[in-house]
Design a protein around this ligand. Structure first.
Ligand code: ITT
Length: 206
């Protein structure tokens, strides 16, 4: 998806033109590691940029990612992207979804397993929405990736976030047990690959 923020100023000198750099804004080191790895295959190098900002609350992670990028675009004069991710559990009507970070911090994986105690329907999916800000065109582009799967009955593996309780469709292991194999198939990989293909075609200068 593509949104114009405001018209570009002809000839306006901007940092991204000078440096030709791409920044990934996140507070999460696991995300940064995964995304850097995925983008290597596309020859896209990124720099980690940490900045505090107030994330809006919304029902859709696409809206959260877009509004976050829009807010940061008023403060940053270079090309960047960020991403928002949620875990959506079918039997809980999509909860925690856009509230995933809060739920992880509060009840955590044990809390989710308790909510699903004696529940047979374990269907769930992860969704990531990447929002990229093009500082020259003043536009925001979004890219979505989804991975369906199910919630395990126990915590399995020691990776980050919900990885120890999520089993992707077609697999028996949790994301946490899969190690680096997660990065070949994950929700984040799908969203970042869509972004990378578009970025290499439309933006990246060699
Ligand atoms: P940002 O600074 O990039 O926003 P965050 O950790 O707050 O980092 P999100 O809001 O996108 O990121 O993530 C919501 C929650 O989902 C958060 O608690 C993560 O631990 C968890 N999460 C995100 N991606 C995940 C993944 O691939 N595997 C497991 N858990 C994940």
């Amino acid at each position: 998806m593509f949104h114009v923020l405001r018209k570009s100023r002809a000839g306006g000198a901007i940092l991204s033109d000078v440096n030709n750099e791409l920044f990934f804004i996140t507070s999460n080191e696991h995300k940064f590691r995964e995304v850097s790895q995925i983008l290597k295959a596309y020859n896209v190098n990124i720099k980690w940029y940490k900045v505090k900002y107030t994330e809006i609350q919304a029902d859709q992670i696409e809206e959260i990612a877009f509004q976050s990028a829009k807010l940061l675009a008023t403060r940053l004069n270079f090309d960047f992207f960020l991403e928002d991710t949620g875990l959506f559990i079918e039997t809980l009507n999509g909860f925690p979804g856009p509230f995933s970070a809060y739920v992880y911090r509060t009840i955590g994986n044990n809390g989710i397993l308790r909510l699903l105690q004696h529940v047979e329907n374990r269907n769930a999916y992860f969704k990531t929405c990447v929002a990229y800000y093009d500082s020259r065109e003043k536009t925001i582009h979004t890219f979505v990736g989804v991975m369906e799967g199910r919630i395990s009955y126990k915590i399995r593996g020691e990776q980050w976030g919900f990885d120890p309780i999520f089993i992707p469709k077609g697999y028996k292991k949790t994301y946490a047990e899969m190690g680096s194999e997660k990065n070949k198939i994950s929700h984040r990989t799908k969203a970042i690959e869509k972004f990378a293909l578009w970025y290499v075609k439309n933006i990246k200068k060699t």
